[in-house]
Design a protein around this ligand. Structure first.
Ligand code: GLP
Length: 633
């Protein structure tokens, strides 16, 4: 493959980047529609290889739209799905068969006889024969014309986990621990996630005539870059797509972020050395040669392909000082601004003081995980803080927690005439009769939501914020939705806008801007952004500044940070205590292993890593740092 520009010289698979997932999915849908129409015109069937997961949902929506609005017919289409959990019946809500029916097949004119999904119920002894028959059926249909793929965080395609070879065929596989963890939410607990699956092999996939792999959101950025730029290896099965004559990755901007052309553009071509990319380059150089910024030499720059940076902005001495100062100025113990101080070089303005601060938390606990230390500081420093919990978070409460609480309520009152006891009794009865993976009634969900409310209050008390500082919006889209299938509406936007108008904040803290667009955090982020836009003309908006915090799964690189709030060892310990209050969110899995399993561990590791990165750059040695980005930048 020839790269189409010098900045793409490291890319061994063509990557098409769209501003957002919807635009990307629409483009792939048009391509598939054109293929179906072309083959229809030739009187030939079109064989599609299909994927599940949240990624292709947008594509299926677009194809359904083309069917409804533009008469695209699937009558001559034959489909083969990549994979299925082993042990799940097709009626199970988390089975891929059920997913495909709900998300796609039920809405188009595809004849049921043309649909193929591996049989999850085939007995263990017959799996091999059944997999062979699946391959035979693909061949008998003429082979796959167009294969749709997503990618897992382990780099898997279908369920070809790390270790799958280029010549692997349709077979039974054991699921990776990370894959099962990623699926835990859908299955309402990791313990419920199947351990095995049947998947088409890498070799089977590579036989498709055209392959498009889609990915959205920053969680996928690392594996996308490795698959595209790394040496192909079974440890990252998606990288084995390199070398296929007609493969393409279609991604949104956040999933492309780790490609060299964005992450280290100076390594692949000339760069316009604006301050942001200069800072990015100097931070990268310092970490590559393992020196603090102020000790970087001219030779370090020239030996790492940055001679032009020296020519344009050098020599190293002055350049280092400029970048060092910029980084230094991101550090502040006054996240709401330091009253009465010169704020020329501070991330946040001094006036007004106190500020009205509005913190949006998608679910209870996101606030504390992302900015628990900063929340405490804002309260300590006298700001008027309101924490708005956008959703009730009830979907993430395990049944065991709800049963425990229901027992407690019932034991406490002891009289069946008390309406609270009635509720608790109903909840107990419903949970005890609940079938595996059954859905909760509105009553049970309300009860579970209340558990999260009390945890959120307890966590805020630890951060010195009383109940008067909290707002529980319980947005309707969540109450009626399921993970990956949320459909926010006008009522949700209006509720967020009303709160903005009521609080008239000087500072807004929000999160979710880099997440997969179907995730809860991203849906919430979109609502906040839209609601804020709708208020932009209001007088308070002229004096309002936005800050983005992030979930602790990937610490920011110092070059990406606009405000760094240091935490002392005691403050970090207090933050962890506050996270502990979210008891229902502790891991339910009995498999305690060495990985960072619990949310508090991830938050601690992430805040410590940011502090270490600042220290390594020669700035200051803190125990931990919470980091923020300006929004709009
Ligand atoms: C599952 C599926 C894959 C899919 C992956 C990513 O593991 N077997 O085919 O690509 O999940 O899922 P998502 O698109 O939800 O991120």
């Amino acid at each position: 493959m020839q790269p189409s520009s010098e900045t793409q010289q490291r890319e061994r698979i063509p990557v098409e980047i769209f501003p957002d997932a919807d635009a990307a999915a629409a483009s792939v849908a048009r391509e598939i529609a054109a293929l179906i129409r072309e083959r229809d015109a030739q009187g030939r069937p079109t064989v599609l290889g299909l994927a599940t997961g949240s990624t292709p949902v947008r594509l299926y929506r677009q194809l359904i739209r083309l069917h409804r609005e533009e008469g695209l017919s699937f009558k001559r289409v034959v489909t083969f799905n990549l994979d299925e959990y082993h042990g799940l019946p097709p009626t199970h809500p988390e089975s891929y068969r059920c997913f495909m029916q709900e998300q796609f097949f039920n809405h188009i004119d595809l004849p049921p006889a043309n649909v193929h999904v591996p049989d999850g119920l085939v007995p263990r002894t017959e799996v091999f024969a059944s997999c062979r028959a699946y391959e035979d059926a693909i061949r008998a249909a003429g082979g796959i014309d167009f294969q749709v793929l997503g990618i897992g965080r382990t780099g898997h395609i279908g369920f070809n986990e790390p270790g799958s070879t280029r010549d692997s065929r349709t077979r039974l596989v054991t699921l990776d621990a990370l894959t099962r963890r990623d699926a835990a939410r859908d299955f309402l607990g990791e313990a419920n996630v199947p351990r095995y699956a049947i998947t088409m092999g890498v070799g089977t996939i590579l036989e498709a005539r055209r392959i498009v792999l889609m990915a959205w959101g920053e969680a996928k950025a690392g594996v996308i870059a490795q698959a595209v730029e790394g040496v192909p290896a079974p440890q990252l099965p998606a990288s084995l797509l390199q070398g296929h004559g007609a493969v393409r990755f279609v991604v949104d901007r956040t999933a492309a972020a780790e490609l060299t052309r964005f992450k280290h553009p100076w390594l692949v071509g000339p760069v316009d050395w604006q301050p942001a990319v200069t800072r990015q380059a100097v931070v990268w150089l310092a970490s590559t040669v393992k020196k603090p910024v102020l000790k970087l030499l001219d030779e370090d720059f020239s030996e790492h392909g940055m001679a032009d940076l020296l020519t344009e902005r050098g020599p190293a001495y002055g350049l280092n000082i400029r970048v060092f100062n910029e980084l230094q100025h991101t550090i502040t113990g006054w996240p709401g601004g330091k009253p009465g101080a010169d704020d020329t070089h501070r991330p946040e303005r001094a006036a007004p003081f106190p500020k009205r601060v509005l913190v949006f938390s998608p679910e209870p606990s996101d606030d504390i995980l992302g900015m628990g230390g900063t929340l405490r500081r804002l309260a300590d420093q006298g700001h008027e803080v309101t924490v708005a919990y956008l959703t009730s978070g009830n979907l993430a409460v395990p049944d065991e927690e709800a049963l425990m609480a229901a027992d407690l309520v019932a034991d406490l009152a002891g009289t069946a005439r008390d309406p609270a006891v009635g509720l608790a009794d109903n909840v107990r009865r419903q949970l005890q009769a609940k079938p595996a993976f059954g859905q909760d009634s509105a009553e049970v969900r309300r009860f579970k939501g209340l558990i999260r409310r009390s945890e959120a209050r307890a966590a805020l008390r630890h951060s010195k914020l009383g109940a008067e500082h909290t707002r529980f919006l319980d947005l309707p889209f969540y109450e009626t939705g399921r993970y990956r299938q949320f459909h926010p509406a006008e009522a949700d936007r209006a509720a967020v806008a009303r709160l903005l108008e009521e609080v008239r904040p000087h500072q807004i803290f929000a999160t979710g801007n880099l997440d997969d667009p179907s995730s809860l955090a991203a849906v919430c982020w979109d609502l906040v952004r839209q609601a804020y836009r709708s208020c932009r003309a209001a007088p308070w908006a002229a004096d309002c500044r936005g800050w983005l915090y992030r979930s602790p799964t990937r610490p920011w690189n110092p070059a990406e940070i606009d405000m760094a709030v240091p935490l002392s060892p005691t403050e970090l310990a207090l933050k962890i205590q506050a996270i502990y209050q979210h008891k229902s969110q502790r891991s339910q899995s009995p498999l305690a292993d060495a990985t960072l399993h619990e949310a508090w561990q991830q938050a601690e590791a992430s805040n410590r890593a940011t502090a270490r990165a600042y220290d390594a750059l020669g700035l200051a040695e803190y125990a931990a740092i919470e980091a923020f980005q300006r929004w709009p930048a």
